[in-house]
Design a protein around this ligand. Sequence first.
Ligand SMILES: NC(=O)c1ccc[n+]([C@@H]2O[C@H](COP(=O)([O-])OP(=O)(O)OC[C@H]3O[C@@H](n4cnc5c(N)ncnc54)[C@H](O)[C@@H]3O)[C@@H](O)[C@H]2O)c1
Length: 359
Amino acid sequence: MHILVTGGAGFIGSTLVDTLLMRGHSVDIIDNLSTGSFQNLHDAERHGSSFHFEEIDVCDPAIDVFIKRRRPEVVFHLAAQASVAASLDDPVHDAEINILGSLRVLQATSTHGVRKIVFAASGGTLYGDPPRSALPINETLPHAPTSPYGISKMIILSYLRTYQMVRGLDFTALALANVYGPRQDPHGEAGVVAIFASNLARARRSMIFGDGEQTRDFVYVDDVADAFVRAIEFGSGRVLNIGTGVQTSVNTLYRMLAQAVGSNDEAIHVPPRTGEVLASALDPSEAHVAIGWQPSISVAEGAIRVLAAQSASTNGPWDTIDCTAPNVITGANSPGIVPSNSARPLIRNKEGSDKRYSF
Ligand SMILES: NC(=O)c1ccc[n+]([C@@H]2O[C@H](COP(=O)([O-])OP(=O)(O)OC[C@H]3O[C@@H](n4cnc5c(N)ncnc54)[C@H](O)[C@@H]3O)[C@@H](O)[C@H]2O)c1
């Protein structure tokens, strides 16, 4: 199938591109490379003519010409200003990309015969800061975003429904929890796993805002890519939560990573950020029913994969990564995660032998 991925040079987008190419699809990518990078597409480039990249901004009318010329069957729309903090600093810029840019994509998509659009919505901001009793959040909870970013993502859901009604454009919106994995930018605000792993690799102390007991639902990027692929055929007209349903505190996450690499460094606690959501977890039950999706990689296992990727990219600061650290084992048995054998990480130690760790 011929597919377009907007934002395909980014963290999630490039992982999705690799998944699509490996499954035999032909993939077009547009990206303005503002936060993404061509480096993320090195694996994709090896697929030759199945892979086509153009540097285009979604706010540029050239998007219409591109879609008319290339005629993809399905569009994955991930290009976005993806920072909550940046949206608070400059809500107009956020709206220009996330509302007007998305609208250009929708308009071109519905004009030039695209069958379906799959949208990267934000489950972490869509529901605001609900009471702990509402966790894990299911899709019936009212939408109550508290940031311009959350608002702009929510508005696109209304546009999607309208385009489906008025112009017959099919859609699925995936409300993503806190996505993490290799390629995530450790300098961004969202990637706390990437930030901790990068600091540990460089023997730098990590900062934790507040008491560290705030929780997040960390979902591994390969699982997220799998949800997007499933949405090609299923989940018509639906907004679906893509998370694990499991809350992990920032303290637990830090300890898990530090123990796995044998670091005794404590994180430094700094004052909490105003407006930070205190607890978050998304119930993935509906996604299971609608698109047959469920997470397969626990945060414990995913954290090891991030550390392994970090070790490879920084020339191996760790001889071994200890997968038996107590928190790692505890976290691996999270309810709701269905581990698969193929999902076990392969870690190459400095002697060059491969070990497949069992969780
Ligand atoms: N990472 C998460 O935890 C998370 C959670 C919920 C939703 N999302 C959404 O998933 C999508 C991907 O996020 P990510 O974490 O991979 O972020 P990312 O910043 O790595 O990816 C965004 C990509 O879009 C590109 N881009 C930005 N503005 C553009 C524009 N005007 N025109 C063309 N390309 C543009 C960037 O260069 C980048 O490659 C975003 O829509 C984000 O809002 C991410």
